[in-house]
Write a protein that binds this ligand. Structure first.
Ligand SMILES: [Fe+2]
Ligand SMILES: [Fe+2]
Length: 453
């Protein structure tokens, strides 16, 4: 008997309390994907992709090739953009705004597939076992979609599928040499077999409820993994390394001149490893931080690339310079992020922006383009720093001090360590560090923009 019937619509109960299970039974076995099915799938892919991006970042410091080191972060950025699009669609669905957490059942799986013997092994399995399976999973997901009900999801998936395919083509190109080196090929194949077994054990990359026993993971063929996050970052042997910036014309032919601005851009590959240690290692940060940070890392690669390209156009090459570089694994992740954004980047505008007109006056608009572009990116990075630094300190160091205090503390700390402050008393150091402008002036490079270089 209908007790609470709608006054005008016959058969509609106003407070129908049919248990969920009964409603589900009424739906029966349909093949359309319902919103809740999409929510489950999207959440799974986001969490799976995110775990993979962190592994990929962790392997960048293990990468000895300059070209690879400056290219991989673009893949990282693209993957974070895919996550962004998946999340955008997810948020449109009921229950889609809830926090996305990693699947604890997969933690051992990701640890296992990350611990490869070499970068070639890691990347080969990463792209040709895992990412290829993921691409297929996205294609299958798209094929399950109804062309009208799910059109926005199809549109989103189509874009991701195309880009994932391009990533696979890139990886194929990058790893060509493996198949022509029998020894390397054997080692890489052994690792790929192992990763394949791990994938089978979790029931495939698209399996949302992996019912597996982690003890049943196959035994890894690798005793001493080369990554992720190696203790000592690897560098391209073509670079002559210093633990500081050059101090004379022998170390840097453009030393103290206008063209040093170009070299400074070219040196920016030195921040890629520390930033990737942060991407891999930092905890308790929201997804949006990693989306911004992937862009930040990619931009630094672009700055390094545009600097080296211009040096080459001017007739120089890697071998003509000595390059500043950090030789160990970054441990103080939060402090480095503060130094990078609140000091390194925030203090760089005066000389970079100021170099544009001198370059133009020397009739070199091509070189002027570098600081022109650099300043646009750096403004974005300082904004990222201002947004995320307080969150990083609060979530990981229980330090709730506001941004301005964190910045000042960073300057005070550096005024104790950096050589530019040598010979100054404690009071003088503190006085300089308390002023942003005074601090930036003290650490500024001594340059002469009246000399082209
Ligand atoms: Fe930069
Ligand atoms: Fe930057």
């Amino acid at each position: 008997m209908i007790t609470n019937a709608h006054p005008k619509i016959k058969g509609l109960e106003l407070s129908e309390n049919l248990p969920d299970a009964e409603v589900e039974a009424l739906w029966g076995n349909i093949t359309w994907l319902r919103p809740k099915d999409h929510v489950a799938k999207l959440r799974h892919f986001i969490s799976f992709e995110f775990a993979l991006t962190r592994l990929l970042a962790g392997w960048v410091p293990a990468c000895p090739s300059y070209e690879w080191k400056t290219q991989i972060p673009q893949r990282l950025f693209e993957d974070m953009q895919h996550i962004c699009r998946l999340r955008e669609r997810l948020r449109e669905l009921p229950g889609g705004t809830a926090e996305i957490s990693s699947n604890p059942a997969l933690a051992k799986f990701f640890a296992a597939i990350g611990a490869a013997d070499s970068l070639e092994s890691f990347l080969s399995a990463f792209y040709f076992e895992i990412k290829r399976d993921l691409l297929q999973a996205y294609q299958e997901y798209r094929d399950l979609c109804d062309p009208i009900f799910d059109a926005p999801t199809i549109y989103m998936l189509e874009g991701i599928i195309q880009e994932k395919q391009r990533q696979l083509d890139w990886a194929t190109n990058l790893l060509q040499h493996v198949k022509f080196n029998p020894e390397l090929f054997a080692v890489v194949s052994r690792w790929r077999d192992y990763v394949r077994q791990c994938i089978t054990r979790i029931g495939g990359v698209a399996n949302m409820k992996p019912a597996w026993n982690e003890k049943a993971l196959p035994r890894s063929p690798v005793d001493t993994p080369a990554g992720p996050a190696p203790e000592k970052p690897k560098q391209d042997p073509r670079f002559k390394l210093l633990d500081r910036f050059p101090l004379n014309k022998q170390e840097d032919p453009f030393y103290a001149t206008l063209k040093d601005i170009i070299f400074q851009n070219a040196t920016e590959w030195q921040v890629i490893d520390p930033m990737c240690y942060i991407f891999y290692g930092v905890r308790n940060m929201p997804l949006d931080f990693f989306i911004d940070f992937s862009r930040h890392i990619w931009d630094e690669c672009r700055h390094a690339l545009m600097g080296l390209r211009r040096l080459r156009e001017l007739g120089y090459d890697i071998k003509d310079f000595h390059w500043p570089h950090y030789g160990t694994r970054l441990e103080a992740l939060e402090d480095y992020f503060a130094e990078l954004t609140m000091v390194g980047e925030a203090c760089s505008f005066t000389r970079k922006k100021g170099s544009i007109v001198p370059f133009l006056r020397f009739g070199d608009p091509h070189s002027a383009m570098l600081p022109e572009i650099d300043c646009v990116d750096e403004r974005l990075h300082v904004r990222f720093g201002r947004r995320w630094l307080p969150v990083m300190f609060k979530n990981n160091k229980r330090d709730e001090r506001p941004l301005e205090v964190l910045s000042e503390t960073t300057r005070l700390r550096l005024a104790q360590d950096w050589t530019q402050f040598e010979g100054l008393s404690e009071e003088e150091r503190e006085k300089i560090a308390r002023s942003f402008a005074g601090f930036c002036m003290t650490i500024e490079f001594a340059l002469d923009f009246t000399v082209y270089g």
